[in-house]
Design a protein around this ligand. Structure first.
Ligand SMILES: [Zn+2]
Ligand SMILES: [Zn+2]
Length: 288
């Protein structure tokens, strides 16, 4: 019954980094954002209670690092109750199989992301021709084959509840991928946005390295449905988040987040959508 889990056949270490790599930021007392090379994951849970969940699973070959961070924050031999995935791109599932093996925990994701997590379907090829910088040009090197989590991955409940994160609700924010989700906590308006929008221009290598803070749409080279991506950003802005952790870049909060998100909604075609690239076709460029 328990199928052998495996990564995609093109799974490999990607030599890319940022000044944030190996550092963590406590965004809230119960929300710790940690950067593995160029991607963020969240440890959600109060260290005093030693109950926590991990949102996303880092880069390929980062499991030992993630386990060490978990033990440092929650105590030796501590383990999460679950791993929640915002989506299944390689930089968000990079260590997930090793983590499942080490901790024996379930993984949860949106129904529409399942084919990419159970070995059935590859994501569309990254677009190296998209307008943008060096990271976009490097994107054909990125692992693209689906991983197979077998019976270890489960579907999120349709009612929006998130296992072991009682105050959070998941919100479907497709566009970057079909089953992309964000997580939102109403009481303090905390948002975990995945790659629905990010706070660094992820296509540009020097901006990734320096983590210069600047709101941006989803990473361009992997985004295939710009219309849905736009609707997802509109949905998230309407929540009026007070703090946001994104899949890439530093967390953003307060006035900067509010004005940046407003700007992104208003100027989505200009800020987020590349001027050219093979997935750009269907976007409406009229300003609203
Ligand atoms: Zn992504
Ligand atoms: Zn990403």
């Amino acid at each position: 019954m328990d199928k052998e889990m495996h990564y995609g056949s093109d799974y490999k270490y990607i030599p890319a980094t940022s000044i944030g790599s190996g550092a963590g930021i406590e965004v809230m007392p119960d929300l710790f954002c940690y950067t593995v090379q160029i991607v963020n994951l969240c440890f959600a849970g109060n260290p005093d209670h030693q109950e926590f969940v991990i949102v996303d699973a880092g880069m390929p070959h980062s499991a030992d690092e993630i386990i060490a961070v978990a033990e440092e924050r929650f105590g030796a031999n501590s383990r999460p109750k679950a791993i929640i995935l915002t989506h299944g791109h390689f930089d968000h599932v990079g260590a997930v199989i090793d983590l499942v093996k080490h901790w024996d925990v379930p993984v949860y994701a949106h129904q529409l992301e399942m084919p990419f997590l159970t070995g059935q379907k590859s994501y569309p090829d990254p677009d190296p021709t998209v307008e943008g910088g060096m990271v976009a040009k490097l994107s054909p090197l990125f692992p693209n084959e689906p991983i197979d989590l077998g019976s270890h991955v489960r579907m999120l409940a349709a009612d929006g509840t998130v296992p072991h994160m009682p105050d959070f609700k998941w919100i479907h924010t497709p566009g970057h991928t079909p089953g992309h989700i964000s997580l939102f906590r109403e009481k303090d308006r905390t948002l975990i946005a995945g790659d629905a929008f990010v706070t660094v221009k992820q296509e540009y290598l020097y901006k990734v390295i320096t983590q210069e803070q600047e709101i941006s749409g989803p990473p361009r080279y992997l985004t295939t449905d710009w219309k849905s991506a736009q609707q997802s950003v509109v949905k998230l802005e309407a929540l009026q988040p007070a703090a946001a952790v994104t899949g890439h870049g530093l967390p953003m909060s307060g006035e900067l987040l509010t004005t940046s998100l407003k700007k992104l909604v208003k100027e989505f075609a200009e800020i987020a959508v590349p001027d050219y690239g093979k997935y750009v076709g269907q976007i409406d460029r009229k300003t609203h």
